[in-house]
Design a protein around this ligand. Sequence first.
Ligand SMILES: Cc1cc2nc3c(=O)[nH]c(=O)nc-3n(C[C@H](O)[C@H](O)[C@H](O)COP(=O)(O)O)c2cc1C
Length: 217
Amino acid sequence: MKALFSTIAIGLVLMCCLATLVAAEAAKSIQLPAPQMTGGKPLMEALKARCTQREFSSEALPPQELSNLLWAACGINRPDKGLRTAPTAMNKQEIDVYVALAEGLYLYDAKANALNLVVEQDLREATGKQPFVKDAPVNLVYVADYAKMGTGPKEQKDFYSATDTGYISENVYLFCASAGLATVVRGYVDRDALAKAMHLGADQKVILAQTVGYPKK
Ligand SMILES: Cc1cc2nc3c(=O)[nH]c(=O)nc-3n(C[C@H](O)[C@H](O)[C@H](O)COP(=O)(O)O)c2cc1C
């Protein structure tokens, strides 16, 4: 009888541990709502409004806004072929968008429309050398994965990863102009320190960062 109770008790403890692990695992991936692909300002008005802003409110972006922002950046707009809102040379899709939020560093998974936790730490301050980065709600970090770019020369990888990042960044600028958000793309980044904080591999290069948030009132 005593042995039976011990077995049941151990079973219950194991089930509780498993439930905790499953709950922690679930929290590490954020399923974003489907992006809204209609509405917003007409293109010519968004172009007219596009600008760099460097003063941000600390208010967090709701999941819908985050989903729309990331889809505009380089989400999948032709699911049958897995093609994106931003072009990439030879369709290598080598630019990964990391999202530094107060709760942690996430990697945008365009196919799943989800954010996957990479570092459970607030890395916003490490994404740049300007004072606003630590309080703005979202800092995107554009990271080229040279392993996805084939066997071409390094100069070609440097060139294409820089141009491909530019398209994504401009998509973000235009989305922000359309949605009334403030943004600034940033090259003033300590890339080595940031790569270390993000636990990047040898083939991954930080290209640019981009801060997004509501304009400071
Ligand atoms: C590749 C690139 C890097 C930039 N880096 C920074 C930066 O580190 N910090 C910053 O405050 N602005 C940065 N900017 C924003 C420019 O300063 C800004 O685009 C320029 O002053 C023109 O302003 P506008 O975007 O409002 O037209 C960068 C822009 C580009 C295209």
